[in-house]
Design a protein around this ligand. Sequence first.
Ligand code: FE
Length: 240
Amino acid sequence: MVTTNDPNKYQSHKSRSHGNGGGHDHDHADAPVERIEHDLDYFQVRVLALAEILKEKGILTTDEMRRAVEDIYSKTPAIGSRVVARSWADPAFKERLLENAAAACDEMEINTSGINHLVALENTEEVHYMVVCTLCSCYPRPLLGQPPTWYKSFPYRSKAVADPRGALKDLGYEVPEDIELRVVDSTADCRYLILPRRPAGTEGWSEEKLTALVTRDSMIGVGNALTPAEFEAGAGALLG
Ligand code: FE
């Protein structure tokens, strides 16, 4: 029933599954599911169908799939922030991170095994790195969670290589002309974590406090880490 690429076929499947022939016409138990299916797009329906097959064939249980999905959504940029803050606070750790990012993350008990080759790149006063995946949406998910929508968009993926400074401007960020801008292209095999520059005025800050300055965008190279003033203003806004 899922060997078709015609989305309309799913409608007919749905109708078939609904016709229970039981002679009653009240809303039965699967009615809410039907309503949900109606709102799904073509690819979401395909995913559900694939999940059904995996269950039917005994390859994965519902519980295993649920745990895998929960694991995916448990990853947030806060994980990458901890790595960056450690690199700011501990120069020896930063050296190890730049040398072998996966091993350095292991030290922090951060599992990046889903990434074949993880590379950390440091932004400096001379060089600024930004990340794109020109093919699709390759992203260091174990460290940053799910990529933002703009990262997956065609305009960003194309402009990041054709006009990187323009792409950054579109995101409200400018890299000074005297800083060399390097664009790195993520692939299925290689993912990048950018180490933003440590903001001035953070001397003596604890690693934990530094973590709060590390934004998702700064780890993609499309923004800076927050300055202490920006952080205070943001925290103030959050506190109302
Ligand atoms: Fe990709």
